[in-house]
Ligand binder design. Structure first.
Ligand code: ADP
Ligand code: ASP
Ligand code: MG
Length: 414
């Protein structure tokens, strides 16, 4: 690109990274709205926008279904290549829409921007971004329109960052270019005290700490991707999670010292994609556990909650995993289990958690947590805690009533 060709629209203007999720670009009409809004902010607020875009809503699910229909056990380069194609369509369409309005926009796939990742397919982590290319584009008046969710290995293979990973692309881009904020536009106006689709009385949070948001993301709230919050915390980037349909402030994810007060529990979070695996009987002792969990770890499967108990036929082992890792987990178990071990897979499970940094200084949260399950007659299958979280795995059928009752118990209802 020649510098004489295009001038920077806002020389010295603030670079603002804006990420648009699947629903925000779900139709051509929505894409046009995004283009209008970006250009309006560019003009009125003197911003230099850098855009990160997800696939149109439903598209990644459609691609996953096709791959699974062919072979539910396949994971590798072709799977990532397939999934990454959704973002390519979205950035091309948004670029066309911006160009139609006279803007200079530059569509960039992960490999074109040098978003280098490790080679863990489907769960790759970003190692570096070619920031010079990005800066040049902005300095020459272009709006970079970057494909979220994807990167490239050193061997030039396309990788993806895990479901919901476009948030992480956006925060990584913000960190690379030295922006202090990253706007995440989505289909809800804020981060709420629970998923508003499950708990209608959920309230909007004005602010939430990195620590709480990370915990929420790690136990299944998909409003922000875990790695996005982790990178934001590390580089001190404020995340502003906001509506792509309304022009108003949403939630700021910030460091704890920016918080005015810390409620004991700030959110009730659920994960409907939890699978519980029961193995019975298994060999006693840690050698077997080390073997099973070692093999799962080699495949980058995160085992969440583990419990052991003794039955009349010997040792019983239960653990939970994300639903998307079931195929790989089954393959791994086939390698290690003896014939006599029965494997039962409970798919109709969900995890429910309460989270709050205030929990550190307030005793009695666990007691209130279990009291709710008792009152609601909800059976708890697995439990785990950290200093700011308690999680339980329950039947999916009980999820809504348990979530609503916990939300009310911890005085979060609007
Ligand atoms: P996008 O495609 O924009 O990335 P996602 O579907 O990944 O959007 O994330 C937004 C969704 O997250 C919301 O539609 C909402 O149902 C869900 N969600 C889960 N927990 C929360 C929460 N605590 N606050 C807001 N939304 C939540
Ligand atoms: N399109 C990808 C997904 O659906 C990435 C994202 O939306 O963040 O998981
Ligand atoms: Mg998302």
């Amino acid at each position: 690109m020649k510098s004489s060709e295009v001038k920077n629209v806002n020389p010295g203007g603030r670079i603002v990274v804006k990420k648009f999720g699947g629903t925000s670009v779900g139709t051509l009409e929505r894409i046009e709205k995004v283009a209008e809004r970006v250009l309006r902010d560019q003009k009125d607020k003197g911003q230099n926008p850098v855009l990160v875009v997800s696939a149109m809503s439903g598209e990644t699910n459609r691609l996953v279904r096709m791959a699974n229909d062919l072979d539910p056990y396949y994971r590798g380069p072709a799977y990532d290549m397939l999934l990454a194609s959704g973002e390519q369509v979205a950035i091309a369409l948004l670029t066309i829409s911006l160009a139609k309005r006279g803007a200079k926009a530059m569509p960039l796939l992960g490999y074109q921007l040098g978003i280098q990742t490790d080679s863990v397919f489907s769960k790759a982590r970003i190692k570096s971004i070619d920031v010079k290319k990005l800066r040049d584009a902005v300095d020459h008046g272009f709006i970079p329109v970057i494909a979220g969710f994807q990167g490239v290995t050193r061997n030039r293979q396309i990788t993806t960052l895990g479901r919901g990973g476009s948030d992480t692309s956006a925060v990584a881009v913000a960190a690379a270019i030295g922006a202090s904020e990253c706007e995440i536009y989505t289909d809800v106006p804020a981060v709420f005290s629970a998923d508003p689709r499950l708990v209608p009385k959920a309230r909007e949070l004005k602010t939430i700490t990195f620590e709480e948001m990370m915990e929420m993301a790690s136990v299944g709230s998909k409003v922000l991707h875990f790695r996005a919050v982790e990178i934001a915390a590390k580089y001190g980037i404020k995340i502003h999670s906001r509506s792509s349909f309304e022009d108003r402030e949403g939630t700021w994810v910030v460091a704890e010292d920016n918080m005015l007060e810390n409620p004991v529990v700030s959110s009730v979070t659920h994960d409907p994609s939890t699978v519980v695996i029961q193995l019975y009987p298994v060999p006693e002792g840690v050698a077997f556990l080390a073997d099973v969990f070692g093999r799962l770890a080699e495949k980058n499967i995160v085992v969440d909650i583990i419990t052991q108990s003794i039955g009349d036929r010997g040792q019983r082992l239960n653990f939970s995993i994300p639903e998307e890792d079931l195929g790989q987990t089954e393959l791994t178990l086939k390698e290690v289990l003896k014939k006599e071990t029965e494997v039962s897979i409970m798919k109709d499970m969900a995890k429910i958690s309460v989270i709050g940094v205030g929990m550190k200084n307030h005793p009695g949260v666990a007691a209130r947590f279990f009291k709710v399950f008792k009152e609601q007659n909800v059976n708890v299958h697995l439990v785990t805690t950290s200093d700011i979280k308690i999680s339980a795995v329950v039947g999916k059928i009980d999820l809504k009533k348990a979530a609503e009752a916990l939300h009310s118990e911890f005085s979060l209802d609007v």
